[in-house]
Design a protein around this ligand. Structure first.
Ligand SMILES: Cc1ncc(C[n+]2csc(CCOP(=O)(O)OP(=O)(O)O)c2C)c(N)n1
Length: 323
């Protein structure tokens, strides 16, 4: 379904927002070990892009990937259980925050390696198209990925082989603490031009605008038009990673943070709904997340005896060491 649906877009941004806030509580409570990279402030991008995709289309995401997985349709309870490292998680608790995947809804995985997800998606969509499947894909990456060789190689092969992949740059202005202006020569869209790919910039805070731009690109890609790039301009409302909640880093001026936070994708999506519809979605999301937290915390951790399971395809067994 690619038509504009304000209720659906609001539900998605609100679900991601509240999921992240609940996950941060669980980090502070010691239930999510190792912390997370919150997607707060960037929800409009995942919501808008995924609203323009079909259920069978494919996505890959980043270390800041919870929003991508949820927007594509993964079960929030199993996603939260994954973050908590529980056996009921999407990946039996072995992937965690940065490697959650749900093939059933076309999520081939979040990815902790900056710049890697685009190459994985390009290969996957190419293989599925060769099989005759009518799929397209969208891959998300930050501004910090735009000089990574793997991503540029993916641009090249996708363009050369006309693989229908939408490369979605979530430009939040920083790679950890490094401002984009201090790291990126030229422009992000200019990288697409080098490979003959069309590129567009969009206000990433407005999920409807993101959906519109994506729907147009996806229509061209389904018609054989080859890959495209979208630069979604956004702002990260919270820390790069929850470790910053303990060690406040001083790399963004307070006025900049306040200005960035003043354009909130949840508010922008909410303003398109009557108050009663908004309240109904809020209640539904809260009930979903209450149930998700209960489910995750009631689920057991994996049995340590199974630590070597799932490391190799069937037929191979792991060596336990010693030669
Ligand atoms: C190949 C690689 N290099 C470095 C890192 C360490 N690292 C993790 S997140 C990050 C910053 C990424 O910034 P960006 O791509 O802009 O995404 P954002 O965190 O802003 O969402 C870096 C350098 C990594 N994970 N992978």
């Amino acid at each position: 379904m690619t038509d504009s649906d304000p209720v659906r877009l609001y539900r998605t941004v609100r679900l991601i927002r509240r999921f992240e806030e609940r996950a941060i509580e669980l980090v502070h409570a010691g239930e999510i070990v190792g912390g997370i990279h919150p997607y707060l402030g960037q929800e409009g991008i995942a919501a808008g892009v995924c609203a323009a995709l079909r259920p069978g289309d494919l996505v890959t995401g980043t270390h800041r990937g919870h929003g991508h997985v949820l927007a594509k349709g993964a079960d929030p309870a199993r996603m939260l259980a994954e973050l908590c490292g529980r056996v009921t998680g999407l990946n039996r608790g072995r992937g965690g925050s940065m490697h959650a995947a749900d093939f059933g809804v076309g999520v081939l995985g979040a990815n902790a390696i900056v710049g890697a997800a685009g190459a994985i998606l390009t290969g996957a969509v190419w293989a599925r198209r060769r099989r005759g499947d009518d799929v397209v894909g969208a891959t998300f990456f930050g501004d910090g990925a735009v000089n990574e060789g793997m991503l540029l190689e993916a641009f090249n092969l996708a363009a050369l082989w006309r693989v229908p992949v939408l490369f979605v740059c979530e430009n939040n202005g920083y790679a950890t603490t490094m401002p984009v202006d201090g790291a990126v020569a030229g422009t992000i869209a200019g990288r697409a031009a080098a490979f003959g790919m069309p590129a567009a910039a969009v206000d990433g805070q407005d999920p409807e605008k993101v959906r519109e731009v994506t729907a147009a690109a996806v229509a061209r890609m389904r018609a054989g038009g080859g890959p495209e790039l979208v630069e979604a301009r956004t702002y990260r409302f919270d820390a790069h990673h929850t470790f910053e909640h303990r060690v406040r880093l001083d790399y963004r001026p307070p006025e900049e943070v306040a200005a960035g936070r003043s354009r909130d994708p949840v508010d922008i999506a909410a303003a398109r709904l009557p108050a009663a519809a908004r309240a109904a979605v809020d209640a539904e999301v809260e009930a979903t997340l209450d149930a998700a937290v209960d489910f995750a915390l009631a689920s057991p951790a994996p049995d340590p005896a199974t630590a070597l399971d799932h490391l190799y395809a069937s037929g191979l067994t792991a060596r336990t060491g010693g030669g």
